[in-house]
Write a protein that binds this ligand. Structure first.
Ligand code: THU
Length: 136
């Protein structure tokens, strides 16, 4: 993928947004707080945290909270340029499979920034989700 890399200051800003919103997570069951921030091609940033439920399957991940919030605010024509994900355990945490599919829906050319075993990592969404599903 030949894509202009996100400048370091924009990366840092996105990560800061993810870390800030992580503090709002509702994670009493897993005790694993996650924060995500998405940068849209129009320059807007939206963030979200994981929100768990006593009925565990109702839990929503941080990435989807951020994306659904952006759609709720701006409508479905958003385009995700980058996503930053962070957690409060300082362990590697890339977006889960469901979130990868949702990122792909609105950001087929998105770059994902997340913690790796050897420091910060970045990957194109199609590396994380080859052959993402499309209805057309
Ligand atoms: N979680 C996220 O928020 N994003 C991910 O990509 C992976 C998992 C949340 C869901 C749950 O609240 C907690 O992390 C433990 O799985």
């Amino acid at each position: 993928m030949s894509k202009k890399p996100l400048p370091a200051d924009a990366q840092a800003k996105l990560l800061r947004s993810a870390k800030k919103v992580m503090k709002n997570a509702h994670a009493p069951y897993s005790k694993f707080r996650v924060g995500a921030a998405i940068l849209l091609t129009n320059g807007r940033v939206f963030s979200g945290c994981n929100v768990e439920n006593a009925s565990y399957g109702m839990t929503i991940c941080a990435e989807r909270t951020a994306i659904f919030s952006a759609v709720a605010q701006l409508g479905p024509k958003i385009e995700i340029c980058a996503v930053a994900v962070t957690n409060d355990h300082r362990v590697p945490c890339s977006p889960c499979g469901a979130c990868r599919q949702v990122i792909y829906e609105f950001g087929p050319d998105a770059t994902i920034f997340f913690a790796g075993t050897r420091g910060p990592k970045q990957a194109h969404i199609t590396e994380l989700l080859p052959e993402g599903f499309r209805l057309q």
